[in-house]
Design a protein around this ligand. Structure first.
Ligand code: SF4
Length: 246
């Protein structure tokens, strides 16, 4: 039986253990991206890791002259640049839809005024661009640009939370995580650690708590993870996972 059953304590202990396992660089206070760029970055970041998203975002900026050129490009053209991110076509469609919606509304790509209205109004305004912005992207901008308390949840992060028993088994690890689920997770994580949570859980989902059979024997969270207990009771230790191409 897991020793820690309180969800808040479990997440705090998990963060401490994952920080030792994955010594990632500190999240910068200022990403240097505009609001629009942060939304585009979120479309690259959702469902993957910071390293992969950084590469895809840099490739996007290098491949096109400016955001207007991305806007008038086709989905396959943009998707080709975003590979090898998973689901590049969906991401490309979303980025083009966002750029088109912002351009039609403003004849520019400046969303600077949107973030001057307070967290709730900003979130509401960003949701207006509904084909290009999902709940993950809104939470991402609140966390990274506005420095408000938000925990963007994508499929891999929810998979780990579900296995840890923090969210209900019925919450699927698809991209459209309900806002209410995000709210419940945000209550369990202190504001000072929300960005760290985002980075560490993405890394953990990619390296150990993978889709299919997780690598529980190697996991620093196994002592307090109900799924880990089940997996370890069923089978002998997995061989060391092969490193994934980055
Ligand atoms: S013990 Fe297994 S299921 Fe639990 S978090 Fe670790 S890898 Fe995932």
């Amino acid at each position: 039986m897991p020793a820690i059953t309180n969800k808040q304590q479990l997440l705090t202990a998990s963060l401490d253990r994952l920080r030792k396992r994955f010594p990632l660089p500190a999240v910068p206070a200022d990403t240097g991206r505009t609001v629009l760029e942060e939304l585009i970055y979120a479309a690259c970041r959702e469902g993957t890791t910071a390293a992969d998203a950084d590469r895809a975002y840099a490739a996007l900026k290098a491949a096109f002259v400016d955001w207007n050129e991305v806007r008038v490009s086709t989905v396959p053209e943009v998707a080709e640049v975003l590979r090898p991110l998973p689901h590049p076509g969906g991401r490309a469609k979303r980025i083009i839809a966002l750029l088109q919606a912002v351009f039609e509304e403003r004849y520019s790509f400046d969303l600077g005024d949107v973030v001057k209205k307070g967290l709730k109004d900003t979130a509401r305004k960003l949701r207006f661009y509904k084909d290009g912005v999902d709940d993950y992207a809104v939470a991402w901008v609140v966390q990274r640009t506005l420095h408000g308390h938000a925990v963007p949840l994508d499929g891999p992060t929810v998979r780990v939370l579900r296995r840890l028993g923090v969210v209900e088994p019925a919450v699927a690890d698809d991209p459209q995580v309900p806002e209410a689920v995000r709210g419940s997770v945000e209550h369990l994580i202190p504001k000072a650690r929300d960005a760290e949570f985002t980075e560490l859980f993405s890394e953990h989902a990619r390296e150990l708590c993978v889709e299919g059979v997780p690598h529980c024997p190697l996991c620093p969270l196994k002592a307090d993870c109900p799924t880990g207990h089940e997996v370890l009771a069923k089978k002998p230790a997995d061989p060391k996972p092969k490193p994934k191409p980055r």
